[in-house]
Design a protein around this ligand. Structure first.
Ligand code: SF4
Ligand code: SF4
Length: 128
């Protein structure tokens, strides 16, 4: 009993004189490590809009449109499981260890538009 009381007293004293055990995020920057899962990034130039990332996403967070050449992610749905990164045949997805800015309400969707295809760029004016 005496030993438990001593241990508790030591812990209380340590908590009183030591700083808080948690960060005041977002007022202080979040700690991050090489392997931290911050958010998913895309190199849209390499994307072929196959939709495999979307099909393999357990959180239904990605929408891909081949006709519009768009790739969109809902940051509130994404659980950063890495499944899309592993499924992408073009290796154009990656997990950044930088966290996105906190927000108070959602949805938070990031839409990325792919570059025009060469045929469209070179098409003469007025051509369909
Ligand atoms: S799996 Fe890769 S190439 Fe296919 S749509 Fe997703 S990001 Fe683009
Ligand atoms: S990391 Fe996981 S949850 Fe987030 S978009 Fe990719 S597959 Fe979906």
């Amino acid at each position: 009993m005496g030993k438990i009381t001593f241990t508790m007293a030591k812990r209380i004293l340590k908590n009183l004189v030591g700083g808080p055990a948690t960060l005041r995020y977002p007022f202080e920057p979040a700690k991050r490590y090489d392997a931290s899962r911050g958010h998913i990034e895309i190199n849209i130039d390499d994307c072929i809009f196959c939709g495999l990332c979307s099909k393999n996403c357990p959180a239904d967070a990605i929408e891909v449109s081949k006709p519009d050449r768009t790739w969109e992610i809902d940051r509130f749905r994404c659980i950063i499981c890495n499944s899309c990164v592993e499924a992408c045949p073009k290796d154009c997805l990656s997990t950044s260890n930088v966290y996105k800015e906190p927000v108070l309400s959602g949805p938070v969707k990031d839409k990325v538009i792919g570059p025009e295809v060469e045929a469209e760029k070179e098409a003469p004016a007025g051509a369909e």
